[in-house]
Design a binder for this molecule. Structure first.
Ligand code: SAH
Ligand code: SF4
Length: 382
């Protein structure tokens, strides 16, 4: 049997593993702290572990993040890492420093099967789900590397927030996502509060419901359109889980969410989804749900489209974004416009491309089905 990668375990999983080595379960807590609080990978240096356990670990286990292929730093302080996840696939992880926080944007899949029109990852197709160790490994590596780069004093953390907004649809890799989230939240792990860990989804309704019960962290829903016709053209998953169902899942999620709102992301595409009429539809969408269903408490986050060569789409001008935002704000919806970070190193939202050995023919499908957004009538679609 090959050595087991300990980055693939949440604390319960690690306890079971340690027990399997004939040790007491509580030893796992000390080991978990070494791994995730100190970022230690050498069992020999885990000084408060019994010699016998260290020897057993050296035989049976490893601590290994995915192999680093490259590191790029942007002029604005953003850092992007490219990791090799085998068989010609590579994924990206991005660190975004701000005055009061350091956010790590983590990938959940090599590629993505959802195939959104405006997303570089989506255009590359899908290869495979990342394993728990590959998801946690991005955080483990980045925290260690940043402490070294920033020369942080012992015990101080570089990463205060995690967003599952890298490559992939996290709710289509649910089995690995939840243990990875538990490692992030665990007080003996990264100790992040639920409010500081965000899962971003294109709207996998049944999994939003499961996350609500299994591990309710902050939720961001990638909306991009206020009606089904346009949303299905941009986010193909909408055909399976249309807007009415998605909105209701968001309302249900709020019962357990660590924040009292859901973030709705809206990628601003020039003359596609950025008209004043669509802004008014969006207001109606979140304020007038079905009878008996309360309006959705939400914040709108407008993301100026980050272009990439094959998309054929254009970024909305800042005047159009401002006009769109104004309509939402006038209706009482808190609206922010996301600052683009790291675009000089292609690390901005939707530019993460990594390297994906597509196994789904997404690329051919996209070429066959030209986007018919121009067919949207001036009055919009309902
Ligand atoms: N699959 C998840 C999380 C990864 S995408 C999701 O779709 O939510 C993270 C965010 O980046 C999403 O809101 C997505 O819509 C946005 N995004 C994708 N491509 C983009 C682009 N080219 N420009 C700006 N934002 C983009
Ligand atoms: Fe996948 Fe999200 Fe990109 Fe859509 S926007 S293709 S769901 S990663």
């Amino acid at each position: 049997m090959g050595a087991v990668n300990l980055l693939g375990f949440d604390l319960d999983g690690l306890a079971a593993f340690v027990e399997g080595l004939g040790e007491k379960r509580f030893r796992a807590q000390q080991l978990f702290r070494w791994l995730h609080q100190k970022g230690e990978s050498d069992f020999g240096r885990m000084s408060n572990l019994a010699r016998s356990l260290r020897d057993k670990l050296a035989d049976a286990a490893i601590v290994q993040a995915p192999a680093l292929l490259s590191e790029q730093a942007s002029a604005d302080g953003t850092i992007k890492w490219l990791f090799d996840v085998g068989q010609g696939n590579a994924v990206e992880t991005v660190f975004i420093p701000e005055d009061d926080r350091g956010t790590l944007c983590i990938s959940s899949q090599a590629g993505c099967a959802v195939g959104c029109r405006f997303c570089s990852t989506g255009h590359q197709g899908f290869s495979r789900n990342l394993e728990v160790a590959e998801i946690v490994g991005q955080l483990w590596f980045a925290e260690r590397r940043l402490r070294e780069r920033l020369a942080l004093p012992e015990g101080e953390r570089a990463i205060s927030n995690v967003v599952m907004m890298g490559m992939g649809e996290p709710l289509q890799n649910y089995g690995a996502l939840v243990p990875a989230l538990r490692v992030m939240l665990d007080d003996h792990g990264y100790g992040l509060s639920r409010r500081r860990v965000t899962v971003s989804t294109s709207g996998v309704v049944p999994m939003i419901d499961r996350l609500r019960t299994d591990c309710p962290v902050a939720l961001a829903v990638s909306l991009h359109a206020p009606n089904d016709a346009l949303r299905s053209a941009l986010v193909p998953l909408n055909r399976k889980y249309p807007l009415a169902e998605l909105m209701q899942a968001c309302v249900r999620y709020l019962q357990a969410a660590p924040r009292d709102f859901i973030t709705l992301e809206y990628c601003m595409l020039h003359e596609v989804n950025d008209t004043p009429d669509l802004a008014r539809q969006l207001v109606r969408l979140v304020q007038v749900l079905e009878p008996g269903v309360p309006a959705l408490r939400c914040k709108l986050n407008l993301i100026p489209f980050n272009p990439f060569p094959e998309s054929g789409l254009k970024r909305s001008s800042s005047a159009r974004v401002a006009a769109f935002a104004e309509i939402l704000r006038e209706a009482g919806i808190v609206t922010t416009v996301r600052k683009t970070r790291g675009d000089d190193i292609a690390a901005a939202c939707g530019q993460l491309a990594g390297e994906v050995q597509d196994r789904t023919q997404v690329q051919q499908r996209m070429r066959r089905e030209p986007i018919r957004i121009h067919a949207v009538p001036a009055g919009g679609l309902q």
